[in-house]
Design a protein around this ligand. Structure first.
Ligand code: SF4
Length: 695
């Protein structure tokens, strides 16, 4: 029996697992002991990774749709040349930007990179990732506040903190291994605080829950900041030595009085002042946020309001502190740094001459071949299809027909495409319904590459199982199209994921995410390695759990962090007489993953998951409306769509709020085409709706 260590490619923790394999079958999966992230533990999703191993066996060759609507199975060579030919044909007919791609935080770093090379550099096409749906807000917040997209914490900080605040974050369900680190915290008197309109599973397990009104988080954070300033609960030394624009911020938050905070958030004076005191009394305060913050119409400023609290109280760069964004997908961090979409491989603007020169030199291509500007964002790509400007789309390992906000807009866009390539391990995903080409690829257990987790830790995915006949990986599918496009020498050095990793290492040299000290072999069977890890400084980075900003130096030109702020905006989609309730959305259970394309294969998850869409409704509201447990309602959204849900009755949502798990396609049928202005991340969390009981 062989033992192979690899990475769980579901959530952002990137737990490592030991797979015991006999006769090309996983006979046992054991969470890797001693691995700094999960040390012998993992959740049900990691334990069930081997349930995907048989998926692609029945048909491992591409399919091309014929004129009569049927599919024809073709060889890989034919599939590559068909896609390459169509991409070129569309570009010749409609212009370079008439083709686009959407990838995902589920791919390996090398797969993003080669997709970014083929699509962004060679074809000058637009590519975005489904990371736009989860982490774009944190990326922009980090860049503006810290000067680089560099979350500074390490998971160990959860064990060292005496005051842990979760804001719009529910790790008990969404990041169970991260919650395990909270449970491992033995700091005497440590407090766990949750700020969330819903009494989530994490709120139920916290010391304090502040159940504020939906989308009043920015107002609360500014109110708290003002109170901290009024009471002089500040770290003056840190503010003056390591930050800029604090005096402007001090003036700005004066308008955020306690009275205004009480009125807008629905919290009492006592609750807000208690929260202020808890932050002040903590010696090591850590603030953690995720999708409840990221997915809003003023999300970047909300994330930065959290960062501001950490900066003004000096809770950053020290053990147990930080303003810490919790990433969603297993390789969102890799996508952010190495997909060549918003920034060059390894970071840096597409217009920066020094970066252009360096990247061209590493890749061995002319500078003119490199992408010249950030790619269009996800919403712009969908809008571009509707406008008739984008005619070809290639999506990888993502299911936008289900996950895109206001998802009927994706369905109608897909029908307008002349080329729609879906590359996935499942041809049963909703997005494949209208594709013109389907590329079946192998699951993670049959491929290799690198993942970067939420605390900047690189870890290795290594093949656990041998491939069957015709089975290929995402990397090979992209490389195949690149070759069929005639990229020739521009693909020299990209032959394998290992080669690509070496290119990315070089691209990262002297950047904040420098990984030049990491090698492919060093990652195999390792404890993972956090960036930065520059060549020649391996000894000083020997510690396994490292944080950034310990020296108070950030990545801005002045090396100081910035206070960034802006007035709270009117909600562009307020509740109204016609739509008097709000629909909140999020994770339903530990076992279900996003659109369920993968976890629906896991019998013990499927057995306990509801088959039809459901939502939670407040007990009193249900009683007033005469709705019983599991009775059905039709929900009408401000976006013009409606959908049917079964009702589960609970006291954990507020009177005017409905909460729908994201795992059912009905959920995002109702969410709006509304985005944060800076990150373009969709506002998934507070859609005005009304409902009727189905009779
Ligand atoms: S916590 Fe995340 S990375 Fe760990 S096993 Fe579960 S899904 Fe996988």
């Amino acid at each position: 029996m062989k033992k192979i260590q690899s990475t769980c490619n579901y959530c952002a923790l990137d737990c490592n697992l030991d797979f015991y394999v006999e006769d090309n079958r996983v006979v046992k999966t054991v969470p890797t002991k001693g691995y700094p992230v999960n040390d012998g533990f993992c959740c049900i999703k990691g334990l069930s990774l081997d349930k995907q191993q048989t998926t692609v066996k029945p048909n491992s060759l591409p399919k091309i749709r014929q004129e009569d609507g049927s599919f024809k199975t073709v060889s890989w060579e034919e599939g590559f040349s068909h896609v390459a030919g169509k991409l070129k044909e569309l570009q010749e007919k409609y212009g370079q930007e008439s083709v686009a791609g959407i990838s995902t935080g589920q791919l390996t770093m090398e797969e993003f990179a080669i997709f970014g090379h083929v699509m962004r550099n060679y074809l000058k096409a637009n590519v975005d990732g489904n990371t736009r749906l989860c982490m774009a807000t944190a990326v922009v917040a980090h860049k503006q506040s810290y000067g680089f997209d560099a979350p500074g914490y390490t998971l160990k900080d959860l064990e060292l903190s005496d005051t842990i605040l979760f804001i719009g974050s529910n790790p008990v369900v969404a990041h169970p291994i991260l919650w395990g680190r909270v449970k491992a915290n033995n700091v005497p008197g440590r407090k766990v605080i949750v700020i969330d309109p819903r009494r989530s599973e994490t709120a139920m397990n916290a010391d304090k829950w502040y159940g504020l009104r939906w989308r009043s988080d920015l107002l609360l954070l500014y109110t708290v900041a003002n109170q901290l300033i009024e009471k002089d609960y500040l770290d003056h030394e840190f503010i003056s030595s390591h930050t800029e624009k604090f005096e402007d911020f001090r003036e700005f938050v004066k308008a955020y009085t306690l009275e205004r905070g009480i009125q807008g958030t629905g919290l009492s004076e006592g609750q807000i002042l208690e929260l202020v005191e808890l932050i002040h009394r903590g010696k090591r305060v850590s603030f953690w946020w995720t999708m409840g913050v990221n997915q809003g119409y003023e999300a970047v400023r909300t994330a930065q309001a959290i960062i501001n609290l950490a900066l003004m109280t000096g809770n950053i760069g020290r053990p147990g502190t930080g303003a810490n964004s919790i990433t969603g997908q297993c390789n969102a961090m890799g996508s952010r740094a190495y997909s060549n979409t918003a920034v060059f491989f390894g970071g840096g603007d597409f217009t920066n001459p020094a970066r252009r020169e360096r990247i061209a030199q590493v890749l061995g291509v002319e500078e003119s071949m490199l992408a010249e500007k950030p790619a269009k964002t996800y919403n712009q790509i969908i809008e571009g299809i509707h406008a008739g400007e984008i005619k070809g789309l290639w999506i990888l390992c993502t299911n936008p027909r289900h996950s895109w906000t206001n998802n009927e807009t994706f369905a109608s866009a897909a029908k307008k495409l002349e080329l729609f390539v879906v590359q996935d391990i499942y041809d049963s995903i909703e997005s494949a319904q209208d594709c013109t080409v389907f590329f079946p690829v192998v699951p993670g257990l049959k491929k290799e590459g690198t993942y970067i987790n939420l605390e900047r830790r690189l870890s290795a995915m290594r093949p656990v199982l041998d491939r069957g006949e015709h089975e290929i990986s995402d990397y090979e599918a992209i490389l195949g199209v690149g070759k069929a496009l005639g990229m020739g020498d521009a693909l020299r050095g990209w032959e394998t994921p290992r080669d690509c990793f070496n290119l990315m290492r070089e691209c990262s040299r002297n950047m904040p995410c420098d990984i030049t000290g990491v090698t492919w072999d060093a990652l195999t069977d390792s404890h993972g390695i956090q960036w930065p890890y520059p060549e020649g400084k391996e000894e000083e980075n020997r510690e396994e759990q490292r944080r950034l900003y310990g020296d108070g130096r950030f990545f801005t030109p002045s090396k100081k962090a910035q206070f960034v702020f802006e007035e709270v905006r009117e909600n562009p989609l307020p509740v109204s007489e016609e739509f008097p309730y709000v629909l909140n959305t999020g994770r339903g259970s530990v076992g279900q993953w996003h659109t369920q394309s993968r976890t629906k294969e896991v019998k013990f998850v499927e057995d306990v998951s509801l088959k039809k869409a459901y939502l939670y409704m407040n007990t009193r509201l249900a009683r007033n409306m005469g709705i019983g447990e599991m009775e059905e309602i039709q929900v009408f959204s401000v976006n013009g769509q409606n959908a049917r849900f079964a009702v589960k009755i609970t006291d954990h949502v507020q009177y005017g709020e409905l909460y729908a798990p994201i795992h059912y396609i009905e959920c995002n049928k109702l969410t709006p085409s509304l985005y944060d202005p800076y990150s373009k991340e969709p506002s998934y969390k507070a859609t005005p709706v009304r409902f009727e009981k189905v009779r």
